[in-house]
Design a protein around this ligand. Structure first.
Ligand code: SAH
Length: 352
């Protein structure tokens, strides 16, 4: 929703100030999909708002449900960019995985979003709308959103203004009211963003997609490592930890015979002990199939890797994948054709 446009409508209608609060409640507590549903507002105001500042800017194109209950929505922005949002259901506590960009510029080799190219960054409203969609869908199952992870399409730290604005809105106790600790931001290691998060008073969770303990391998898997190699990344995480005292979550995708050897587990433990003593938690992630030629580590290699981390007293857990059968799991979000959308958008804006 375009908030400025909505406020202009209120001014036009000489609406009393308390209408702003009613609008906020309608969106962040009732999860309305259209102003027609905001029954506290007078009818003419609802119609004018729907005309000038529709609640929903994203068009819902497709909805898929996995055997494990995970729901993936595919949206399109007003200018034609694809966005995907995934609702993960655990009893009455649901989590939602939000996209911060359409596509992604970072081109990690194991990630499907990386192969679709970069569309554009999403606005605060477009990110928030994904959360409201999730809350509305969860409500149909008698559940609430307990956790938000910025792990959908895109690199959130390359769109940090909008992402932080979104976090403030989601966290607002008079609005959506989600605890800051329930919001996780995941980054491939965009250092300028980490340094900004170090100054952020909100207690957000920070997760780093590390995936390799040495520069040669990491640069091969994640091109961003050529710009921000591991030593610099670790130094930024140290600054972050010193400033915030918060734990850093390290994500490590287990790729068969690529990064899952015992020596690599030892090296990961060395790295974390020296850079983040007592201040990290490793999330090991099953690899979900994409178009890359890599495969997931088999259970015995996963267990061996975990055993090394245990022996070295590195706290760790293994993240089970959800929604793999509908391509809704980590790294599987991709919609073909961002390139075509960009070309069409460029053609539209080109002077005649
Ligand atoms: N750009 C951010 C957030 C999006 S990716 C980042 O890199 O952290 C969210 C997580 O999914 C990251 O840890 C990413 O590395 C991981 N991921 C990517 N491809 C995957 C795959 N095929 N299987 C499992 N996890 C994957």
């Amino acid at each position: 929703m375009d908030l400025d446009a909505a406020l202009a409508v209120l001014a036009d209608h000489k609406a009393p100030a308390y209408r702003v609060e009613q609008m906020r409640q309608a969106i962040t507590r009732e999860y309305i999909a259209s102003w027609d549903e905001a029954l506290t507002l007078p009818k003419d105001l609802r119609a004018a708002l729907e005309e000038a500042a529709p609640v929903r800017e994203l068009r819902e194109d497709d909805l898929q449900q996995s055997q494990d209950g995970t729901i993936k929505a595919r949206f399109t922005t007003h200018d034609g960019y694809p966005v995907e949002t995934v609702l993960m259901r655990h009893g009455d506590r649901h989590a939602v995985c939000l996209s911060s960009q359409s596509g992604c510029a970072l081109a990690c080799t194991f990630c499907a979003t990386g192969t679709m190219g970069f569309g554009r960054s999403l606005t605060t409203g477009e990110i928030f709308e994904q959360l409201i969609w999730a809350a509305r869908t969860a409500r149909q199952h008698g559940a609430r959103i307990r956790n938000v992870v910025m792990m959908g399409m895109g690199e959130p730290l390359q769109n940090l203004d909008s992402v932080l604005h979104f976090c403030h809105l989601a966290n607002d106790p008079g609005g959506f009211g989600l605890g800051a600790r329930s919001i996780a931001i995941s980054t491939a290691g965009w250092i300028p963003g980490i340094d900004r998060l170090a100054k952020e008073p909100m207690q957000l969770r920070l997760a780093i997609s590390l995936h390799a303990p040495d520069d040669v391998l990491r640069s091969r898997l994640m091109p961003i490592n050529r710009r921000y190699p591991i030593a610099e990344l670790m130094a930024s995480l140290q600054r972050y930890r010193k400033a915030t005292k918060r734990r850093v979550y390290v994500e490590y995708l287990l790729l068969n015979e690529v990064n899952d050897r015992v020596e690599q587990a030892e090296r990961l433990a060395d790295l974390l002990h020296s850079s983040l003593p007592g201040g990290s938690h490793v999330n090991l992630i099953w690899y979900n199939p994409t178009t890359s030629d890599m495969t997931a580590s088999p259970p015995e290699r996963v267990n061996r890797f975990r055993a090394v981390l245990d022996k070295r007293h590195i706290p760790q857990s293994l993240r089970r994948s959800k929604g793999v059968d509908i391509d809704a799991a980590c790294g599987q979000l991709a919609v073909r054709g961002v390139g075509e959308v960009r070309q069409a958008a460029r053609a539209q804006t080109r002077p005649a």
